[in-house]
Design a protein around this ligand. Sequence first.
Ligand code: FES
Length: 577
Amino acid sequence: MATLLSVNVGMPKNVAWQGRTVYTGIWKHPVDGPRMVRRLNIDGDGQGDRNGHGGEQRAVLVYQMNSYGHWQKQFGHDTFEFGQFGENFTVDGLGDDDVCIGDRYRIGEAEFEVTQPRVTCFRVGMRLGEPELPALLVSHHRPGFYLRVITEGHVRAGDAIVRTRVGRHALSVADTDALLYLPGRDIERLRAAVDIPALSPGWQQSFRELLDNAETGTHANPPPVGVEPGWAGFRRLRVVDLVTESAAVTSVYLTAENGAALAKPKAGQYLTLRAAGAGDPPPIRNYSLSSNPDADTYRISVKHEAHGIVSGYVHTKLRPGSIVDVAAPRGEFVLTDDTNPVLLISAGIGATPVLAMLHQLAAAKSTRDVWWIHAARDANRHAFAAEAHGLLQSLRHAHERIFYTAADADAPRASNVASGRPTLAGLGLPADASAYICGPTPFMNDMRDALAEIGIAPDRLHTELFGALPAINPGVVDPAHATPHQPPGRPGSGPQITFTRSGLTVRWSDQHHSLLELADTCDVPTQWSCRTGVCHTCLTPVLAGDITYRPDPLELPAPDTALICCARPVTDLVLDL
Ligand code: FES
């Protein structure tokens, strides 16, 4: 019979880690005597990061003595203590191969239900000083598992563990874990997994998505939405025309150097430009396409920024006939095919991607209710005014609202132009619309809030973010706020690594274990969880160059993407990070 060997608790605390501070409850210690187990926790216990751990579905973490023995041999340790793997219950028996999702167990006065395997997370590796442990827990099929509390009550070390019910479909913890993280998924097992009521909602959703992909024949591990490059790396395009759009904005028309057809973009996507003549190393920037996606040429429209290296180069150096290096259209901010009303909302140069969407709607003679809402400083700096107006005139159900925000802007002459900051209240916007918003971050935040108040669902609010994506650094309480910079110390001599969203190029040095570690050192905002190639949170599009993995991830990502937590460069790299 299985036995509870130890009850372990610990409250979260700040721990120093790689120059940062992590708030974590991974340190647990055995307690004597009975302990009350409640719906959300054991008395005296807590979790640092409730998004990944804790809550009703993950109230108690279980790990097995048998696995302690396995890791002691693996790492050559003999000093493990109960609670070392962050578990609340150290147990004899209850192997991950034997326990099934939905199994119920009575321990002492309490009853529990198995909800999911352990969440793979870097903190268990940090606790044991073995950074690769999160990946090893999965690949060795020894994750441990979480319990939901069915009946609250006291438990104590030495209590017998009695199974009171077997989970539907008898899918073991080890098999469930492998089904999520390892390649070669069995579709019947996926069907079984989504039919286990006891499985936690988060895992249910992941399996539902995998099942949908499997049933529709989609790649089990698809590239991020919008990453369907028309060519690999950078390609030489010729400037065929330059057109002044306003006091500060110039459009650049591009075609293939050899006259070949260009890949068709989706309305709203952007190009990545490498400006070889603007500096060494050549700076790289993203610019939205502002043209009709069906056009023979690409058009990007560039605002001359006060200290913009690339925008200055575009405005002063480019001429018809100039050649520029360009990566294929990409991006997730794209107009979706639908019939509901569509709101195209922009400020300043943010008009470019939504203008491409407006072109597409006009070309398709769309009967959708289309709202064009744009903020410019004044009429002089109102780019694309005539072009957008003409497109809207060609649509059956179009509305145009323009706001001039400069205090000294001339008084508006048209009824659809107002002075002051854009306000959405009172415009009569339809609550069932899809909204596409592009502009400075505060503007996008304001518009999102205003649209949410109107009742537009969050999944219909789309924003374009050209800068760094928001960081996902679980548990880190002092995230970097510095502008991305060269790594401290002697510069490396390896391949050049360009982080396009941060506008930074640095040289690789083998003192870094991974591209993620290099990015962290440079304060480039990053997204990660396991840091060992399991969870795919760090998936990053690779615009150019080759990588190698050390260690190999458990499942390779789609082509032209990298799991940067375990990737190193082979050649110069351009990362969409
Ligand atoms: S952070 Fe989990 S795979 Fe990279």
